[in-house]
Ligand binder design. Structure first.
Ligand code: ATP
Ligand code: MG
Length: 731
């Protein structure tokens, strides 16, 4: 039943809630929009009209989440000797600090268990890098505790921390701020167990977290541990420190493949910038992991070698966002200012860097405006927006006039408004200066800023596509040097769909567990694809998940149960196509039905894995009914129908279609396939139905014999002069 819709309730910060949840934002009222009655927080039904309140979603989904578990070590014993008010005085700021550290990385405080705090990353929405966020939050929590202890000698808090990543069932409508559990699964229990074996003030991470973050965090492996509730020893790693900044990837180990055309476009533009002394803004668009940063780094390395200057800046996905982030980093790079420099020496360095550039005086003033612009201002200085933007523009011009310069703005899909404004000002106003502004962005940028680049005369965009099949194989082979047969490289290339990051991750998982057949998708890939799916508006997302149940190929008719209005359905599919997740196909296998396919099999796989089993089951039954109504149920459709009925839990109907598909295949001389289908059918026939088992076994044997004859006939056809050559199957 749909709930009674509520208006957003009033929010207040309260000083105290169990257990020690200071600073928690609680909804104190649920206002029923039907009758206007105000109800107590957490009330599920309206006091006045009895309708369901808080029409939150009750749907559940399967998601990869990262759990951060922080427990106070030895505090229970200490609390025994303390007055309850003293305990509260210690724990209140502690909980508040942990909450703020977790939330700074986009995490949610899931619950408090005793003295322990559980934070969750990746639910309800995946960010694409949640294991990294979890570990960075853990490192910050440890630093925060040390800082709190240093500022109050009596505090002496010690913690044990664990981070673990895995699949969980997530209640999308849960309100953790009201104590409702959002995440359930072994991933939490294991996190709690890992925490118990972590050393005091240590951060123990589980295997999936380690694999997803090992390129940006320094780890020390510990011996496999026996923990309560686990039969097998559990592997663990201690996080030492982060080795790369947020959003950065470690340096590549294999040479860049392909991208010849893209490199020459960038070089051509830079050449024009230098010869015509005319600035240019170039945006390189591409999905996560497709190689934007790599392309930019190869390009900038090359031109740096021939005398250009490169100033690098990056927008961050979370954490402390500095004023005009990437530009600030570029200015600081030029002036040699480090994070450890105090404001006075930073300003000095800035002035020293600008003086030689500014001929004819004015360096002092420019340096002081620029300092203000990048957040190094004195308290008494007042910012005039136009003046400051002008200073930034002057700086960019002067630096480039001194030496042709590429200003690299990485990840502008995360940029603050100030950075966008600045880029547009720079691109439209700089004159007579060889400055190339190179921005890298994921396509989401255009959702938030559809007009990006519009109206600028010297602007171009380059869309970075996936690598081709040959290039993918080359990259995979380069990463999998021990794979002498090339089989693993081919498999990796086929799965990764041309995304170099996915190729790297899949190759790493092959290297880690070389023998595992049908390996699960590496967490990093599932995370990144999930983040794309989670960024969709709810109705598009729901449709995509339903389409995944149909298969890599799907038809509008199979989705009308999700969206009954055909015009709306068509619009939603259009939007999904615009998001580059699905493709409308030119022809359809089913008469009168529009046919679509998922752009990547990985998108389908992740979308499918998101729905809980019960929902998938219902979906498969609905798809089977659709296919029964829309097709004759013969040939390939029979196989599809068998698969859908099987997933829907109706073995009887699945068997019926499997036998039909096998008979059809046999008649069509696809004897191998027929034999496989009879084998599948046998799996579904109950052991006590001896008669049918015997009949199907016989049919399978006949198909196998026929298959070997077909193979023989083929080999004879292939080499009529040398009948002894070629493989012979058993006759
Ligand atoms: N053409 C290529 N040849 C070899 N390796 C590549 C190529 N392109 C990218 N890579 C590697 O793939 C990984 C992902 O690439 P990169 O970090 O450049 O992606 P990105 O598009 O910048 O992703 P994001 O949007 O997450 O920043 C890197 O390790 C990179 O070195
Ligand atoms: Mg990048």
């Amino acid at each position: 039943m749909a709930g009674c819709p509520t208006r957003p309730a009033a929010e207040v910060h309260i000083g105290w809630t169990a257990p020690y949840g200071v600073g928690r934002t609680l909804r104190v009222m649920e206002t029923c929009t039907r009758c206007g009655q105000e109800n107590a927080a957490g009330a599920r039904f309206c006091n006045a009209c009895g309708n369901q309140l808080g029409a939150t979603e009750t749907r559940e989904e399967r998601k990869i989440v990262t759990v951060l578990f922080v427990d106070l070590a030895g505090f229970t014993a200490r609390a025994d000797h303390l007055d309850p008010e003293d305990v509260r005085a210690i724990l209140t700021p502690y909980y508040a600090r942990l909450r703020s550290e977790i939330e700074a990385f986009g995490g949610t405080v899931e619950k408090f268990i005793g003295d322990a705090v559980v934070g969750v990353f990746g639910a309800p929405v995946a960010h694409g890098d949640d294991p990294e966020r979890g570990v960075r939050a853990a490192l910050n929590v440890r630093a925060a505790i040390a800082e709190m202890n240093a500022s109050d000698q009596t505090l002496d808090l010690q913690v044990r921390i664990a981070v673990n990543t895995g699949e969980a069932i997530v209640s999308l409508g849960a309100r953790p701020e009201l104590g409702e559990g959002m995440v359930a699964g072994d991933v939490i229990n294991t996190a709690s167990r890992l925490q118990t074996v972590a050393p005091t003030n240590g951060i123990m991470v589980g295997e999936a977290t380690y694999r997803a973050t090992r390129s940006m965090v320094d780890y020390r492996e510990v011996d496999p541990m026996t923990v309560k509730g686990k039969t097998e020893p559990v592997r663990g790693w201690l996080a030492v420190a982060a080795t790369a900044g947020p959003g950065e990837r470690s340096v590549a180990t294999v040479p860049m493949v392909g991208r010849v055309r893209e490199m020459s476009i960038l070089q051509g533009i830079f050449q024009g910038v230098v010869t015509e002394q005319r600035p240019h803004l170039m945006t390189v668009f591409g999905e996560a992991g497709v190689g934007k940063s790599r392309l930019a780094s190869e390009f900038t390395n090359q031109i740096e070698g021939s005398g250009a200057r490169i100033l690098r800046g990056r927008s961050l996905p979370y954490g402390s966002k500095t004023l005009h982030g990437p530009f600030t980093q570029q200015v600081k790079q030029l002036a040699g200012i480090f994070a450890s420099d105090d404001v006075v020496s930073a300003r000095d360095k800035l002035r020293t860097a600008i003086e030689p550039l500014q001929v004819g005086g004015g360096a002092e003033q420019l340096a002081s405006h620029l300092a203000l612009f990048i957040g190094l201002g004195h308290e008494d200085e007042v910012a005039d927006r136009q003046v400051l933007f002008f200073a930034a523009r002057q700086f960019v011009e002067l630096v480039a006039q001194d030496q042709p310069t590429v200003y690299l703005f990485e990840d502008i899909h995360w940029a603050d408004t100030g950075t966008f404004e600045l880029l547009e000002v720079l691109a439209s106003r700089i004159r007579h200066s060889p400055a190339m502004l190179l921005a890298l962005a994921r396509p989401d940028l255009l959702l938030a800023h559809p007009g990006w680049g519009g109206g600028l005369s010297a602007y171009s965009a380059l869309s970075l596509e996936a690598l081709g099949v040959e290039e993918s194989r080359e990259l995979a082979a380069g990463l999998l040097r021990s794979d002498t047969t090339g089989d693993a490289a081919r498999r990796v290339a086929a799965t990764a769909e041309g995304n170099p990051l996915f190729i790297e991750e899949l190759a790493a998982s092959v290297t880690d567990i070389p023998t595992a057949a049908g390996q699960p998708l590496p967490t990093t890939i599932r995370e990144l694809v999930s983040a794309r799916i989670d960024a969709l508006p709810a109705n598009q997302r729901r449709l995509l998940l339903a389409a995944a149940v149909v298969g890599r190929v799907f038809w509008t008719g199979a989705l009308t149960r999700v969206e009954g209005n055909v015009a709306v359905l068509s619009d939603l599919l259009d939007s999904l196509e615009a998001h580059d997740l699905i493709r409308r196909e030119a022809s359809s296998w089913i008469e009168g039905e529009e046919q679509f396919s998922f752009k990547h099999v990985l998108i389908r796989e992740v979308a499918y894995a998101t729905s809980p089993r019960a929902i998938r089951k219902e979906g498969h039954a609905a798809v089977a009914e659709f296919l029964e109504a829309a097709t004759s149920g013969a040939g390939a459709t029979a196989t599809a129908l068998a698969a859908h009925w099987r997933e829907a839990g109706d073995d009887e109907r699945a068997l019926e279609y499997l036998l039909k598909a096998a008979d059809d295949a046999g008649r069509g001389c696809a004897k191998d396939e027929a034999a496989d289908l009879y084998r599948d059918a046998l799996e579904l026939i109950p052991q006590d139905d001896v008669e049918q088992r015997n009949r199907v076994s016989r049919l399978r044997t006949l198909a196998l014999v026929a298959a070997s004859h077909v193979a023989d006939a083929r080999s004879l056809q292939r080499s009529p002069e040398s009948p002894d050559e070629g493989e012979r199957g058993p006759v």
